[in-house]
Design a protein around this ligand. Structure first.
Ligand SMILES: [Zn+2]
Length: 208
């Protein structure tokens, strides 16, 4: 049973959004080819879904500036611009993504006290979203992961998939993903590879 996980392909992370990833929208046609390929038995997407005033927002911390390190619940936390606030266009999946083909949308980041980069659990690795149970109940044996951003939510989702679903083969689709910085992407790819995640191109995913 093969599944595709599309991470946070939302307006907020695309050009024009509140936390744009460079060329973030370029993943949409690639993701659509994967969706249309018929190679996947199950397609799931994650959606960053923050309440207003979320603790990951610089605006929630007096004196904080976006993209500097701050603290949340006693732990280091990147201070982000306000983004993907529940019910706003910024939080919607990209309009050109073939979302009608998506079987499940897993929302995350709802708890104002903790951030959730991973689609599977909060950053303190405590509260699970339930996605790993769902995928295991469906009998998923192979999971391909891609989306936005490689150096944050995609990487953490792929690593958690590996750790929380022992035996499931996890691959990262490089050209169906974009990251915030080139250095961050390179480090994320090294880290994923070191954990046994295969780094592939969409052409590989379409072939096998
Ligand atoms: Zn977020």
């Amino acid at each position: 049973m093969k599944a595709l996980l599309l991470v946070d392909i939302q307006n907020g992370f695309c050009p024009g959004g509140n936390l744009p990833v460079p060329d973030g929208d370029k993943v949409v046609p690639v993701a659509n080819r994967l969706i249309d390929s018929g190679r996947y038995d199950l397609i799931v997407a994650s959606q960053d879904w923050h309440p207003p005033g979320h603790g990951s927002f610089a605006s929630a911390h007096p004196g904080a500036t976006p993209f500097e390190m701050g603290e949340l619940a006693g732990k280091p936390q990147m201070m982000w611009p306000d983004h993907c606030i529940q019910g706003t266009p910024d939080a919607e999946l990209h309009p050109e993504l073939k979302s009608e083909e998506i079987d499940l949308i897993q929302q995350k980041g709802e708890d104002p006290r903790i951030d959730s980069y991973s689609a599977f659990r909060d950053n303190d690795r405590d509260a699970s979203t339930g996605l790993s149970n769902f995928l295991q109940e469906q009998g998923v044996t192979d999971l391909d992961v891609c989306g936005l951003a490689t150096d944050y939510c995609v990487k953490f989702s792929a690593l958690d998939a590996l750790e929380m679903m022992p035996g499931v083969r996890v691959r990262f689709i490089e050209d169906a993903s974009r990251g915030i910085t080139p250095e961050g992407v390179a480090a994320a790819i090294d880290e994923m590879r070191a954990h046994g995640i295969a780094v592939i191109k969409s052409a590989d995913a379409l072939r096998q």
